[in-house]
Design a protein around this ligand. Structure first.
Ligand code: MRU
Length: 345
């Protein structure tokens, strides 16, 4: 990324407004917690790790001007802020993970002066960013070994630098392979309805000089049948203890197609995306999005007025369709109950 996806600058949050890409590369500023909530909800900042970072920085922003003079009042204010941010989007567990980390840090340092405590919480949010950077690089290094020179990879949605602190998860594997001199190519699903694949993944890969071909989501089967794809790599929003994985709607389709065509299907995610408290993916909350995103996603009406719309933003790929899960700690293979248990964050 030429500039960070999201950062704290002098008491406010700067973030790349991803709804404007690829036409406009613009940073916006959040001065209050309401604008952070809105930025998450409307996908100005998106992708599980980046949502987590926005949550952590948003929590700090929410208490930054607190006038509380004692810890109980401060903690009550912080709780109000974290509860509010937690209502922005339900599926990516990174959001709840990051909010909990900020709350726990406050509790741990409750004996500090309030002004000092604010600084400690900001440091913790910055730690989350730095850790994410390191995790993404490690994912890239581990995943790199799964790719051979000349491979073509199919990916869905955007699990790149824009979705994280800066290097991505699924795309980290591709960036690392490319940087290590492997000649790889990528097919990017456009990813209906909001086109994260077309607008963001294609843009990121082109910026990195990686050969990328855009396809509509419904072309993946044909492309696989033509023998063009050697593996699929996607990101994740939440991974249950048994390996079932929630990711952008349409990921499950890709996994089924990969199985039918005998193509390895990999998930790449940091351990902050694991939710080992959930036994299976059936328990993962799936966000429902507004009908207008399907009927007039980019300003022009593409369906009759009044038509009924169903728009889940994520689906859950069953673990049995996943060849391996790449985290910063290494490559987890089935059975995931065992291999993920030792990777818990
Ligand atoms: O709705 P989005 O754009 O936030 O969905 C993003 C995805 O599904 C990503 O694949 C996932 O969050 C992983 S990002 C490293």
């Amino acid at each position: 990324m030429p500039i960070p996806t999201i950062e704290w600058v002098d008491g406010r949050i700067h973030l790349i407004d991803q709804t404007l890409l690829p036409n406009e590369f613009k940073q916006i500023y959040c001065d209050d917690v309401e604008s952070v909530w809105e930025a998450i909800k409307s996908l100005r900042v998106r992708g599980a790790p980046a949502i987590g970072i926005a949550g952590a920085l948003g929590a700090v922003l929410g208490i930054w001007k607190s006038k509380a003079t004692n810890y109980p009042d401060f903690a009550a204010e912080l709780k109000k802020v974290t509860d509010y941010l937690a209502t922005s989007r339900p599926t990516a567990v990174n959001l709840f993970w990051a909010l909990t980390r900020i709350e726990q840090t406050a509790e741990k340092h409750k004996d500090l002066e309030i002004e000092q405590l604010k600084g400690v919480l900001l440091d913790e949010a910055q730690n989350i960013i730095e850790e994410d950077r390191a995790r993404c690089r490690a994912i890239g290094q581990h995943g790199l070994n799964l790719l051979r020179n000349g491979d073509t990879i199919l990916t869905h949605c955007n699990a790149g630098g824009l979705a994280t602190s800066d290097y991505g998860t699924a795309l980290a594997v591709m960036f690392s392979a490319h940087e290590s001199g492997k000649n790889i190519s990528v097919y990017a699903d456009e990813t209906r309805p909001l086109l994260q694949g077309a607008r963001l993944t294609a843009w990121e890969l082109m910026q990195a000089g990686i050969d990328v071909t855009l396809i509509c989501d419904n072309m993946a089967a044909q492309v696989m049948k033509e023998g063009k794809i050697q593996c699929a790599i996607v990101g994740a929003d939440r991974i249950a203890a048994n390996g079932d994985t929630a990711n952008k709607i349409g990921t499950y389709n890709v996994a089924i197609l990969a199985k039918v065509h005998d193509i390895p299907f990999y998930v790449a995610a940091p351990t902050s995306t694991l939710d080992l408290s959930l036994k299976t993916g059936d328990l993962i909350p799936i966000e429902q999005r507004a009908a207008e995103e399907v009927t007039e996603g980019f300003g022009s009406r593409t369906a009759p007025e009044g038509v009924k719309v169903y728009s889940p933003a994520f689906d859950v790929t069953p673990a049995h369709l996943i060849t391996a899960i790449i985290t910063e700690k290494g490559i987890a293979h089935p059975p995931y109950e065992e291999s993920l248990a030792s990777q818990g964050d």
